[in-house]
Each structure stands twice: as structure tokens, then as C-alpha cells.
Write a protein that binds this ligand. Structure first.
Ligand code: GDP
Ligand code: MG
Length: 720
């Protein structure tokens, strides 16, 4: 899709702040993510939105591989969304940054990353199925970020579609208070095909007329009574939660549509209710009402709480005004164009302004990045804009070292935004080049993939010349490796999948390292002491902190040396003292850094720090406070009751911990629990034969937990 120059100019004019005004987050901006279970229709919905808002003349179809949003070739072939794509549309005076997120369990990290930068969410459910397991997982992330949300019951034309049942499942499975705000005309199990939706707030019908135009009409008689009952229920629910509405109802007045909308807007923002819209994205029903909901019910970035700031040196929360500019890189996408690889860095701007030529400081890498372009992303297309302001989500071109989770701010800025949490990968494969001359290309490819996606981890085994690539599941790895072939032109030899172990510590340990030697012409002398301690919240991260006793003002590390030491300690922490698995959930504090020479030498600091960490980990291992962790998966098995005991017995033999066994429907059981991933490899095949194909299951990575006994490792050998 081409943009004319005139259009670009017009866009940049309208996007700039009015002269003399303080540029800040605008009330007309919305940053919204769409999230749901795979196949609920997120991508189809996004395509429909693009069409409605005039972005795309044709509606892309997922099934035909013409979707605009699913633009990576892997996505088109598989018909699923792998990379969340962002696009920008206009609706009712609002500019909406819409982020299409992946639904597959292997890509929840991708969802989490996008969630960090959003101000609201649209939860899409398949109206014939209600809330599915992945919706629950994604919802947990919506909750964790305290995002206001609205919901959309999709596929309402299909037999079995039931909006009220969807509302019930939202209440039951997500624990929210759903409010039905729109209702289908026909469709589902009614006699009539889906013909439109009723807006319960305005009490009007919207049907798709000739030429796809939506027009308003009187309510169809058949559902008028039902609609009035539902509308009364809506007003009732609002008056229970909102004083203004309560007063209106007490006066015996019927609230106006504006009053209902205002009440909804207050309660959605307070996260007290989740309005449920409905329709069929594939046919275009109900989508305009949903967009109205985004515009009127979801908040703008101007209403959002300011983000938490951290002091990069001490890790402490900083209660300071936001520095300007301030941006979080939440996604990096590299593109190959005419043999040149260039990064597109997606950022959420929190404060200040960025424009072409802006210099932004990346505190983690210590590099000043120069912005070559500020872009709006429209799926695979880009549109140059002059500048962007706090509150917006844009892509930046020209950044060289910035990875996902990095803060970009003023030169030398100390403050950082909270980086997105990255879970431990659960599955890995050994990768090596088929041809020896591809060795470097393979390394570059793997490193690039890991920079784009922090839930992919790669490490080289210097002994064997092989690499290990770890990720969140088989599909995740498969797609990463396919990209290595497609985009980097290297076809690696890949070993069978194996479980990704971690090592963690249970008690603090200290260690010291010292060097005193020449480095070429210079003499390096350094004494470093480190403490390693468990992170209290069971996090997967490894934090590195430079304590007060090791900083430059105490005669210790200056800023560049501190960065080099922190980077070297992170690398060293990828090899634990027990079996060489990466360390997880640990804080490494450099407590002392001393030197006898006038200017400390970076290489000496690094060498002494690494030796100190090895020493600390060795003594932790000697004190038996290092534990081996393995990934556990949270599973939900839905089984007919007659085979349930067999299913449970089998899960027991896999060392599962059963948390809940519920009865569902007339003769079903839902079994909820966790089990080591190792014991679940190949489970879908086993479950199929155990239940003659009648049971289904779903799993997601839960946590890394201590290994359940040596003998277990023999029963279920790693890498089966
Ligand atoms: P995603 O995985 O959530 O992105 O879902 P997709 O947008 O890829 O859609 C999954 C499948 O559902 C595709 O085959 C779509 O054509 C289909 N689909 C999406 N919306 C509707 C709808 O409103 N009605 C029907 N019948 N099918 C739909
Ligand atoms: Mg999709």
C-alpha cells in the first residue's frame, strides 16, 4: 500500500503538537491490544478494522493467506499470528494504535511484552466456545498490568453461538463482571441467519445493508422484548456500581444513552466491569460498535499512571519526574532489504519527543543511538512521520544495539523503566551448521533472533562448536529455526528437543577474585568481591547490581567498567556450578571493587569479577545450596467421565500434581494440575489412545521447580 507524499505531510502536520502547546499524551489516542485464544478471530477482526477505517480496500483473509497483519511468510503458511504487528487507525476522532498479539501458548512472552505498552485490551472470544484456556493465560497478563478491558464475542453467526453463555464464561473463568452491551440479531441457534447487532446502550439495530454499509433501523420485533430485558439488566448492574446511575434510577428516570455510556466509561476505567460486544468479524457484524467502545470506554495514555522508574545502578525505585525523552523498546524486528539487515525498534514513548536525528541513550549498552526515522507501522508497511510524542507507540529506524526491554532516554540518564519479565525457556535443541563455512552466519542468525525475542536463548558450547537454542515450546523453536533458513539463508542440523534445566541457589554465598598482571603495556590490578543471593519473588531473572562499595566514588568501578563487569557477570551466570545450566532467580551484587593502580583497567575488573562469581558459586555448591530446576507445565485435561480414572492414573505416573478435578457438563471431568515437562513430551498421542480421542488437553509453561528425584530422570530421560 503506497502513501503519497502529500498524505505523509498531512499526517505529520496533524500529529505534531499545536504550536505553543505542551506536547503530551493526547486524550484522543488509544493504545489497545487484542488478545484471545488461538483461532478466536483476532487477526480477522484486525483485518476488518483496517477495512472499516479505510486503511485497506480489501479485507484480507487468514484462510487464503492474504491477511495483511500476518505478514511473515511463516505466519501466512500456518495461518497463525507469530509476531505481534501494530497498526494505526482513526475512528470517531480517535487515533488507535492497535496491536495484534499471537494466541499460541508458545508466544505468551510476545503478548506480555506488548501488554506492557498498552493502555487497554480487547478480549476476543469465540461465541460458540466462550473463554478458552489461552484466554485465561492472556487475561492474567491483562490483570497483572491492571489494564481496562472490553470483550468481543466473535463468530455469532455460527450454530451454537451464545452471547449470554459467553458472558457467563467470562464471569466464571476470568472472574470479571461482564456487562452485555450488544446483542445479535439472528445467528447462533436461532432460525434466522445473523443479520446485525443491537446496541443495547442506544437501543438501535445495526444491520449490514447493500454495499456493506451499516445502517440503523428499528429493532426487529422478534427480539425487542429480550433487548428491553437485557437493557434493564445493564442499567441495573450500572446503578449498583455507579452512584450517578443509582441517582438516575432512584429518580425513576430512564437513563439516556449518553448517561449509560458515561457510566460504562467510568466503570471500565476503574476495572469494575468488562462490557461484552458481539458480532462476526468475518462478515463485518458488530465491529463498528466495538470500535465505538474502544473510542469511548477505553482510556487514553493521558489517563494512565506514570510508569515505574528504577535507578539503573542501585535497582531501587526512583520517585522522580519522568525524564524527557523516555521510551521503552518493547519489540525489535529485523528486516533484510537488498542484502542489508536493518532493525525496526518498536517503542512506547512515555515522555518528551522523538524525531529524525534525535539522540537517545541506551543505558544497558552504553550507546547513544541516533534516530534515522520515526515510523508508523501498518502491518508490513511503514509510513514516515516527522515526530512523535509521549503516550504514542511508534517504530524507530536506525538503532543498532537496542534490544527488547531497553530504556531509551537522555544521554547518561540513570533512570530505567521496568524491563519486561522474561520467563525461563522450557525446551531446547542443539543446533550446528551443516556446512562449516556457515558457522558465522548461523551464529549471527541465532543472536539476532534472541535479540528480537528475549524468550529465545542461545549459547555456544565452546567444546563442541554447537549451539543450544532454547525457547518456550516446540512450535516456538520450529518457527525460529525456519526463520534461520528463510531469512538468513543457513540450514542448520537440529537435534531432538530436550528440556531446559536451570540452576538456582537457596542461600546467599560470597566469593572473591583478584588479578595482578600486565595487559600489554598497562598493569592491571583488581580485587572484586561478589555476593550471590536468591531473588525473593521466584523470578527467573539474574539481576546484577553494583553495590555502593564498588562504585567510582569509593575508588572502584567507573560507569563503563561497571557496564563491562555487569555484562561479563551475566555471561558467566549462564553456566551454573552443578551441571553448567544457566543460573536462574539470582541477584549478583558486586560488593567490593578495589585497585592499587591509579586508573582501574577494564579487563582486570572483568577478570577479577568473573573469578569472584565462580568462587561464590563454588562455595554455594559445596554448601549444597544450589538446586537443579526443571520446567513444569500447568495443564488442563478435559475428559469424559468414563475414562477419567485412566487419565488420572496416567498423570500420576507422570509425577503430576493434581490441583483440581471438576465435573463439567453432564458427564465430563476437568483435571487441572502441573507436571514436569519431561514427562509430558508426547502426551497428546498417549492421551488420544488412552481416551480413544475423546479427551483434550492444553498446557502452558508454569514455573521452574526443583527436580523431583534422581530416578525420575532415568524414567523420563532428557531429550526423549
Ligand atoms: P486468531 O488466531 O485469533 O488470529 O484467529 P484468525 O483471525 O486467524 O481466525 C481463525 C479462524 O476463524 C479463521 O479460519 C477465520 O476465518 C475464522 N473466523 C474469524 N472470524 C470469524 C467469524 O466471525 N465467523 C466465522 N464463522 N469464522 C470466523
Ligand atoms: Mg492471528
Amino acid at each position: 500500500m503506497a502513501h503519497s507524499r502529500a498524505m505523509d505531510a498531512a499526517t505529520s502536520r496533524s500529529e505534531g503538537a499545536p504550536p505553543g502547546a505542551e506536547p503530551g499524551p493526547r486524550a484522543s489516542l488509544r493504545n489497545v491490544g487484542i488478545c484471545a485464544h488461538i483461532d478466536a478471530g483476532k487477526t480477522t477482526l484486525t483485518e476488518r478494522v483496517l477495512h472499516l477505517t479505510g486503511r485497506e480496500r480489501h479485507v484480507g483473509r487468514v484462510d487464503e493467506g492474504t491477511s495483511v497483519m500476518d505478514w511473515m511468510s511463516e505466519e501466512r503458511e500456518r495461518g497463525i499470528t507469530i509476531t505481534a504487528a501494530a497498526t494505526r487507525v482513526q475512528w470517531r476522532g480517535c487515533e488507535i494504535n492497535l496491536v495484534d498479539t499471537p494466541g499460541h501458548v508458545d508466544f505468551t512472552v510476545e503478548v506480555e511484552r506488548c501488554m506492557r505498552v498498552l493502555d487497554g485490551a480487547i478480549v476476543v472470544v469465540d461465541a460458540t466456545k466462550g473463554v478458552e484456556p489461552q484466554t485465561e493465560t492472556v487475561w492474567r497478563q491483562v490483570e497483572a498490568r491492571e489494564l481496562p478491558a472490553i470483550a468481543f464475542a466473535n463468530k455469532c453467526e455460527r450454530p451454537g453461538a451464545d452471547v449470554l453463555a459467553c458472558a457467563e464464561s467470562l464471569r466464571e473463568r476470568l472472574g470479571v463482571r461482564p456487562l452485555v452491551v450488544s446483542y445479535p440479531i439472528g445467528g447462533g441457534d436461532t432460525e434466522e441467519p445473523l443479520d446485525g447487532v443491537v446496541d443495547l446502550v442506544a437501543r438501535t439495530a445495526w444491520r449490514v445493508g447493500a454495499g456493506g454499509v451499516q445502517r440503523e433501523r428499528d429493532l426487529p420485533e422478534a427480539i425487542a422484548d429480550e433487548v428491553d430485558v437485557l437493557r434493564a439488566e445493564l442499567v441495573d448492574a450500572l446503578s449498583e456500581l455507579d452512584e450517578t446511575m443509582f441517582a438516575i434510577v432512584c429518580d425513576g428516570r430512564t437513563p439516556t444513552p449518553e448517561e449509560i455510556e458515561r457510566s460504562l466509561a467510568v466503570l471500565v476505567r476503574a476495572r469494575e466491569v468488562v462490557p461484552l460486544f458481539c458480532g462476526a468479524a468475518l462478515l463485518g457484524h458488530g465491529v463498528p460498535r466495538l470500535l465505538d467502545g474502544v473510542a469511548t470506554l477505553l482510556p487514553s495514555p493521558a489517563e494512565a499512571e506514570p510508569p515505574k522508574l528504577f535507578d539503573a545502578e542501585t535497582g531501587a525505585i526512583a520517585h522522580e519526574a519522568l525524564p524527557e525523552p523516555l521510551a521503552l523498546a518493547f519489540k525489535v524486528h529485523s528486516k533484510l532489504r537488498r542484502g542489508q539487515r536493518s532493525d525496526l525498534t518498536f517503542v512506547r514513548l512515555y515522555a518528551g519527543k522523538v524525531e529524525k536525528g534525535s539522540r537517545l541513550w541506551n543505558g544497558r549498552t552504553g550507546v547513544t543511538e541516533e534516530i534515522q526515522s520515526v515510523l508508523r507501522i501498518h502491518a508490513s508497511d511503514v509510513e514516515h512521520i516527522g515526530e512523535a510524542y509521549g503516550g504514542d507507540v511508534v517504530a524507530l529506524g536506525g538503532l543498532r544495539t537496542t534490544g527488547t526491554g531497553d530504556t531509551l532516554t537522555l544521554e547518561g540518564g540513570r533512570l530505567r523503566l521496568e524491563p519486561p519479565r522474561v520467563p525461563n525457556p522450557v525446551l531446547g535443541v542443539v543446533v550446528e551448521p551443516v556446512r562449516d563455512e556457515d558457522r558465522l552466519a548461523l551464529r549471527d542468525a541465532l543472536e539476532q533472533l534472541a535479540r528480537e525475542d528475549p524468550s529465545l536463548r542461545t549459547a555456544e558450547d565452546p567444546g563442541t562448536g554447537q549451539w543450544v537454542l532454547e525457547g518456550m515450546g516446540e512450535l516456538h523453536l520450529e518457527i525460529a529455526l525456519a526463520r534461520v533458513g528463510d531469512e538468513f539463508g543457513v540450514t542448520p542440523r537440529v537435534g531432538p528437543p530436550r528440556v531446559a534445566f536451570r540452576e538456582s541457589i537457596r542461600a546467599a554465598a560470597t566469593g572473591a577474585g583478584e588479578v595482578d598482571r600486565s595487559y600489554g603495556d598497562a598493569w592491571g590490578n583488581a580485587v572484586v568481591e561478589v555476593r550471590v543471593e536468591p531473588l525473593d519473588d521466584g523470578a527467573a531473572d539474574v539481576d546484577v547490581e553494583i553495590g555502593p562499595g564498588a562504585r567510582a566514588d569509593g575508588g572502584g568501578l567507573d560507569a563503563p567498567s561497571a557496564r563491562a563487569v555487569a555484562a561479563a557477570l551475566r555471561v558467566e551466570a549462564t553456566s551454573g556450578p552443578l551441571e553448567g545450566h544457566p543460573l536462574s532467580g539470582a541477584r549478583i551484587v558486586v560488593e567490593v571493587a578495589r585497585t592499587t593502580v591509579s586508573r582501574g583497567l577494564e579487563a582486570a575488573w572483568v577478570q577479577a569479577a568473573v573469578a569472584a562469581l565462580r568462587d561464590a558459586l563454588r562455595s554455594a555448591a559445596t554448601a549444597s545450596s544450589v538446586v537443579l530446576l526443571e520446567p513444569r507445565m500447568a495443564f488442563v485435561v478435559e475428559s469424559p467421565v468414563d475414562v477419567a480414572s485412566g487419565v488420572i492414573g496416567d498423570l500420576n505416573s507422570r509425577h503430576a500434581t493434581m490441583e483440581e478435578i471438576l465435573s463439567t457438563g453432564t458427564d465430563g471431568r476437568r483435571i487441572v494440575g502441573t507436571a514436569p515437562l519431561r514427562t509430558l513430551i508426547g502426551y497428546s498421542t498417549d492421551l488420544r489412545s488412552l481416551s480413544k480421542g475423546r479427551a483434550t488437553f492444553n498446557m502452558r509453561p508454569a514455573e521452574h521447580a526443583p527436580l523431583a528425584g534422581e530416578d525420575l530422570r532415568q524414567d523420563f530421560p532428557v531429550g526423549r
